[in-house]
Design a protein around this ligand. Structure first.
Ligand code: HEM
Length: 141
């Protein structure tokens, strides 16, 4: 990251780029963990409560996914040039893992069996956390 001259701080544009990316990641990943914790309580509210919660959740999650993807490519154009092969390999794996998270979330939303919901939910959560960790590695020291 290049600092604003004489301040040791990110430039305003870098702060905007990374803040939007981290905000999207916080909603996408943190939202899944929070929703997972709320589902048992929602079930106690009766039939249909979990479904309504899931529908409302999807309205927030997909814009957050779009935000991380768009700002992710913004990150690549801002910091990707001249990076070593190791960085590029982690980036390529991260992009594949993010795509997997998106497909798994879509299939989770369409699953109608308990095992389908559980399996695609688990793939979504694990691949999303993996993408977050790889992002931290890409950001570097
Ligand atoms: C589920 C989706 C994603 C999550 C959870 C995620 C999460 C993160 C996090 C937490 C960081 C570290 C930010 C920091 O420490 O300042 C990061 C950085 C980064 N991400 Fe993502 N990200 C996602 C998608 C993407 C995509 C799709 C791309 C590329 C197309 C991408 C490219 C990058 C790059 C290049 C950095 C380093 C930015 C820099 O050093 O300025 N990310 N990501």
């Amino acid at each position: 990251m290049t600092a604003s001259p004489g301040t040791g701080l990110a430039t305003p544009l870098e702060a905007l780029r990374l803040s939007l990316h981290v905000l999207g990641a916080a909603v996408w990943v943190g939202g899944q963990i929070t929703l997972g914790a709320l589902v048992p309580a929602a079930r106690e509210l009766g039939d249909g409560a979990t479904r309504a919660l899931a529908r409302a959740f999807a309205r927030v999650q997909w814009p957050a996914y779009a935000l991380v993807v768009v700002t992710g490519f913004w990150n690549v154009s801002a910091v990707g040039a001249g990076q070593p092969t190791s960085w590029k390999v982690v980036l390529a794996i991260k992009i594949a893992v993010v795509a997997l998270a998106g497909v798994a979330a879509f299939l989770h939303g369409r699953a109608r069996t308990k095992s389908g919901l559980a399996a695609w939910g688990a793939v979504t959560a694990l691949s999303s956390v993996a993408a977050l960790v790889m992002g931290v590695f890409l950001a570097g020291p």
